[in-house]
Design a protein around this ligand. Structure first.
Ligand code: FES
Length: 98
């Protein structure tokens, strides 16, 4: 659904999504990189398990919650990617102590 512009010349970097290497670009947010990856990045809500994707991309809707480097409930739309970042798509509520 999402595709990068052919004019995007930013340097690429690698992140890991559920253990799989994904190419991102410097300056991407985690949510932008996930959407551009072409992977199924739908999380599941904690109560009903309904699927969610990043929606507002500005920190309002909380539909972009992911686990980043072992810390759950991070808003992917507000966190810039970094090389080697470990991202897990959340399925349900975050685990305590992670
Ligand atoms: S996409 Fe809405 S808060 Fe992140």
């Amino acid at each position: 659904m999402f595709r990068r512009s052919d004019q995007d010349r930013r340097p690429s970097l690698q992140i890991f999504v559920d253990g799989v290497t994904v190419e991102a670009r410097e300056g991407d947010t985690v949510s932008a990189a996930l959407l551009a990856s072409g992977r199924d990045v739908r999380r599941e809500t904690a109560v009903s398990g309904a699927p969610r994707l990043p929606y507002c991309m500005m920190g309002v809707c909380f539909d972009c919650l992911v686990t980043i480097d072992g810390v759950g409930n991070r808003q992917g739309c507000l966190v810039p990617v970094a090389a080697g970042m470990q991202i897990e798509i959340q399925k349900g509520k975050r685990e305590i102590g992670r």
